[in-house]
Design a protein around this ligand. Structure first.
Ligand SMILES: [Mg+2]
Length: 376
């Protein structure tokens, strides 16, 4: 089998997406997703270079092609390129599963669990609104909730955000008792002193994890935070390779690895990071805020990975792009169920592409009260 084409399909629905399709001379097509939202045009440009490496190659040689793409430009791939590699890598696993007639999780050694627990996003501008949205989620069958560190529209005052965040935790725990798992995404919005205050004050409400309490560039800051709070920490969605994960894993600086399969160079790279995490008893909480192809890739990884915690799932299957990405997996009672179709189990319906014309959509932004930029 040989690769004959590599296609990019940028689309826009509730957010922008970039799907990647690999075609072969045997008629089997694989599907992937590149996840660096907001940079679709740069990723398409990077794909134009990578395509030249792939045409005519054997799609079964996934590791070889990964090395070629990641290291072939001499300079290690970062973010933009690793996101495109991610989409291609998913498509190659999809092709291999389809060619062999098995789901991708069977290529990873088979299922180690019967279903994959997931968390939704909940929202509310105050404690009451947030609790009401949590109630909606619980009534639907979810066992987890996840909310953002509160901001005031496009403004954020760190002290007020910390106080409001603690108040949100208290309100949710008071309403639902111990049976609901609670996650908070700080989204790298806080400086270390505020992050320490937040983490210490919410310990009493037993968070499942606090996500990205600090920016990701300086690992030593995580060591500092670790020494000052016992709260479980989740991080990693901004990392784009195993090398960027190395220190937080080896020094036990995180409890949950937020690998983004659509940014961090795909299933091939995620499998290696997962194995590394296993030796440190770090569990996976894959970052999956984007589209249904990423969701399916995450599902196959989580079905076959022993050290798993929870999967992010902001939209249930069928709630996003259901006519474009067909055969999305089943969801029941807060869990995704194992697909039985070969490969990733999903297909791109080309006829629906025209319904989602791409247009760039900037990500949000946040300012402090004095107008200065801060992380979104
Ligand atoms: Mg996050």
């Amino acid at each position: 089998m040989k690769i004959t084409a590599v296609n990019a399909y940028p689309v826009k629905e509730w957010r922008t997406f970039l799907f990647i399709e690999v075609e072969t001379d045997e008629g089997i097509r694989g599907l992937g997703e590149a996840g660096l939202t907001g940079h679709e045009r740069a990723m398409i440009g990077a794909l134009d270079n990578l395509r030249e490496l792939l045409i005519g190659e054997d799609p079964f040689r996934i590791e070889h092609l990964w090395q070629l793409m990641f290291r072939g430009g001499f300079f290690p791939a970062q973010r933009i390129v690793s996101s495109v590699i991610a989409g291609i890598d998913m498509a190659l696993w999809d092709i291999k599963g389809k060619a062999l007639g098995v789901p991708v999780y069977d290529l990873f050694g088979g299922r180690v669990r019967d279903k994959v627990i997931c968390y939704p996003h909940v929202r509310g501008d105050d404690d009451e609104q947030l609790v009401a949205d949590c109630r909606r989620a619980v009534d639907q069958g979810w066992r987890f909730v996840r909310f953002d560190l509160p901001a005031d529209g496009e403004r954020i005052d760190p002290g007020r955000a910390v106080r409001d965040g603690v108040s949100r935790f208290k309100a949710i725990r008071a309403e639902f008792g111990d049976d609901l798992e609670i996650c908070m995404d700080v989204h790298t919005r806080l400086d270390p002193s505020d992050a320490v205050t937040l983490c210490r004050q919410v310990e009493q409400y037993r968070p499942y994890f606090i996500e990205d309490p600090l920016r990701s560039e300086n690992y030593d800051s995580y060591r500092m935070l670790r020494s000052r709070t016992g709260v479980p920490i989740a991080a990693g969605e901004q990392y784009s390779s195993k090398w960027e994960f190395r220190q937080v894993v080896e020094e036990d600086l995180i409890d949950y690895a937020r690998i983004d399969l659509a940014i961090c160079a795909g299933l091939t790279e995620a499998r290696k990071i997962a194995g590394w995490c296993e030796t440190h008893y770090i569990r996976l909480a894959v970052h999956n805020p984007i589209g249904p192809v990423s969701t399916s890739a995450c599902l196959h990884l989580n079905l076959a990975t022993p050290n798993f915690g929870v999967q992010e799932l902001p939209r249930r299957p069928g709630e996003s792009l259901s006519d474009l990405i067909v055969h999305q997996p089943e969801w029941s009672d807060g869990h995704l169920l194992p697909p039985t179709r070969p490969g990733l189990g999903i297909e791109l319906n080309h006829d629906a592409l025209a319904r989602y014309p791409y247009e760039p959509k900037p990500l949000g932004s946040l300012r402090r009260d004095d107008g200065s930029f801060t992380n979104w």
